[in-house]
Design a protein. Structure first.
Length: 139
């Protein structure tokens, strides 16, 4: 199977957030012209999930990790989000977006991700976060 079309960003998120904060961020980014690899839109039924994620990672320029309490729990369980994060940490451009939790909680689970400069929805609305990501993509 061919690789997916190139994307501006790969959105890593917890399964629990797929219909909430992750979808909101995805929709806001798309409305700003950012192409987003988002598992809920890019993994077809009946296809191997991990292989599709692998292809999405390979074809995305920037990694975004939506850090929520659910993601922190998932990372400790070493599931799919943990595998995505492992691949994303090898990139130069990886942006954590902290939502509903803190950088301190993130650093307890992932010191490497917590050391990256990022954004927090405690300080800015999700729409402003999306605007900053869109601005990053155009640089």
């Amino acid at each position: 199977m061919p690789l997916p079309d190139p994307r501006d960003v790969f959105l890593c998120h917890a399964w629990d957030d797929r219909q909430g904060a992750a979808k909101e961020l995805h929709d806001l980014l798309v409305s700003r012209g950012v192409s987003v690899w988002f598992s809920e839109r890019d993994v077809a039924l009946g296809t191997p999930l991990l292989r599709e994620i692998d292809k999405g990672l390979a074809k995305s320029r920037v990694g975004i990790v939506l850090v929520t309490p659910a993601l922190l729990r998932r990372l400790q369980g070493e599931g799919i989000a943990d595998k995505e994060l492992s691949a994303l940490l090898a990139r130069d451009l990886l942006v954590p977006i902290v939502h509903g939790t803190t950088y301190e909680a993130l650093r307890e689970v992932s010191p490497l991700l917590g050391s990256r400069s990022g954004l927090s929805t405690a300080e800015e609305q999700m729409a402003n976060v999306a605007a900053k990501i869109a601005e990053l993509i155009t640089v």
